[in-house]
Design a protein around this ligand. Structure first.
Ligand code: SAM
Ligand code: DTB
Ligand code: SF4
Length: 326
C-alpha cells in the first residue's frame, strides 16, 4: 500500500516531503541484515572515514521539575522517578565540567535543561554558558526545549554551534507519548533554529513500543527535512522506574542497528549519533552500529540523569575496534 505523504507546510525543515517516502524507508528495514549493512557502510565510506568517531559530552545544567509529560523522561514533574529538581547551575561549575570533558577527549559540550522552553532571562544566562564553553575551544550544543522569538538568534550570537531538539518518534506515535505539546511544536522550534543559521541536531528514541513502520516514519521525517539535520541522535529508550515506559520491553538489538543503517542511507552526510541506551546495547551491538554508519556518540559517565559507559570503557572499545576520536 502506498504511504500517504506527511504534510509539510513550511520552508526550512518541511519542504521536501517526497525525498523519502515512508514505504521506501520501510523497504530498507526489510532488507536482509547483511545487505542493509553493506549498503549503509558503502554510503558511509563515500562521506566519512569509517574509523573516526566524534565525541560529545552532556551535562544537565538544569535538572528535573519539567512541566512536560514525555512518557520516557525521568525529569518530568508528572512522574515519581526520584530525580530531584534543581536550579540552573552556576557558570563556574558548568565550565569545570566542560574542561573535564575536553581533557577526556570530547570536542563538543552539550548542555541540557529540563524546561518546556526557556524564558528570556534563561536565554541570557545560557548565552553566557555558551560563550564560556566556546572560549575553552569546544563546540557548543544546547537543548533547552521550545524556543521563543529571537531566542535562536541570541544563542547563535553567543556562539552556539548546534541546537538539539528531537522529534522523538513518528508523527502518528507522538500523541501516545506526550500530551503537553504537539509534533508541530517541535517543527516550529526546528524552523527557528534553522532560520537563525544554527546547526540542527534532531533525532529520536526507538524502543518505545512503536512499530517498524513508525521507526521508518521517524527516519523518513528526519530525512525529508530540507536540509536534513547535521546531527541525528538515535536514542534507545532507557526505561526509568516511575515513568509510563518503565516496563517497556527492550527492542531487538538488530532492529536498533537497522534504524542506524536507515539513518545513514537516507542522510548520507549527517553525523549519526549513538545516544541513550549504549550501556544496555553492549560492545558487540555498538560495533554493528558503527558498521551501520554511526560516527558519533555521547561520551562521559553520565547522559543527563542516567548512566552511560564510562570513559575507560569507551576508550577500550575504541581501541579494540581501531577507532579514533575525531
Ligand atoms: N527538555 C528538552 C527537550 O525535551 O527537548 C531538552 C532535554 S530532553 C531530556 C532531550 C532528549 O533526551 C529528549 O528529546 C529525548 O530524545 C531524550 N531522552 C529523554 N529521556 C530519555 C530516555 N529515558 N531514554 C532515551 N532518551 C531519552
Ligand atoms: C539526545 O538525543 N539524547 C541526549 C541528548 N540528546 C540531550 C539525552 C539522553 C537522555 C537520556 C535520559 C537521561 O539521562 O535523563
Ligand atoms: Fe521535559 Fe525534555 Fe524531559 Fe520532556 S524530554 S519531560 S520536555 S526534560
Amino acid at each position: 500500500m502506498q504511504e500517504a505523504p506527511v504534510e509539510f507546510h513550511r520552508p526550512a525543515v518541511r519542504n521536501n516531503p517526497q525525498r523519502w517516502r515512508v514505504a521506501d524507508v520501510a523497504a530498507l528495514f526489510e532488507l536482509p541484515f547483511n545487505e542493509l549493512l553493506f549498503r549503509a557502510q558503502t554510503v558511509h565510506r563515500e562521506h566519512f572515514d569509517p574509523s573516526q568517531v566524534q565525541l560529545s559530552s552532556l551535562l544537565s545544567i538544569k535538572t528535573g521539575g519539567c512541566p512536560e509529560d514525555c512518557g520516557y523522561c525521568p525529569q518530568s514533574v508528572h512522574f515519581d522517578t526520584g530525580v530531584e529538581a534543581s536550579a540552573l547551575m552556576p557558570i563556574d561549575a558548568v565550565l569545570d565540567a566542560a574542561r573535564r570533558a575536553k581533557e577526556a577527549g570530547a570536542t563538543r559540550f552539550c548542555m541540557g535543561a529540563a524546561w518546556r522552553g526557556p524564558k528570556d532571562r534563561d536565554i541570557e544566562k545560557v548565552a553566557a554558558l555558551i560563550s564560556g564553553v566556546k572560549s575553552l575551544g569546544m563546540e557548543a550544543c544546547a537543548t533547552l526545549g521550545m524556543l521563543g522569538e529571537g531566542h535562536a538568534e541570541q544563542l547563535r550570537d553567543a556562539g552556539l554551534d548546534y541546537y538539539n531538539h528531537n522529534i522523538d518518534s513518528a508523527p502518528d506515535k507522538y500523541a501516545d507519548i506526550i500530551t503537553t505539546r504537539h509534533f508541530e511544536d517541535r517543527l516550529d522550534t526546528l524552523d527557528k533554529v534553522r532560520s537563525a543559521g544554527v546547526k540542527v541536531c534532531c533525532g529520536g528514541i526507538v524502543g518505545m513500543g512503536e512499530s517498524r513502520e513508525q521507526r521508518a516514519a521517524l527516519i523518513a521525517t528526519l530525512a525529508n527535512m530540507d536540509p536534513y539535520p547535521e546531527s541525528v541522535p538515535i536514542n534507545h529508550l532507557v526505561p526509568v522506574e516511575g515513568t509510563p515506559l518503565a516496563s517497556q520491553e527492550a527492542l531487538d538489538p538488530f532492529e536498533f542497528v537497522r534504524t542506524i543503517a536507515a539513518a545513514r542511507i537516507t542522510m548520507p552526510q549527517t553525523m549519526v549519533r549513538l545516544s541513550a541506551g549504549r550501556q544496555q546495547l553492549g560492545e558487540a551491538v555498538q560495533a554493528l552500529c558503527f558498521l551501520a554508519g554511526a560516527n558519533s556518540m555521547f561520551y562521559g559517565d553520565k547522559l543527563l540523569t542516567t548512566g552511560n559507559p564510562d570513559v575507560q570503557a569507551d576508550q577500550s572499545l575504541m581501541a579494540k575496534l581501531g577507532m579514533r576520536a575525531a
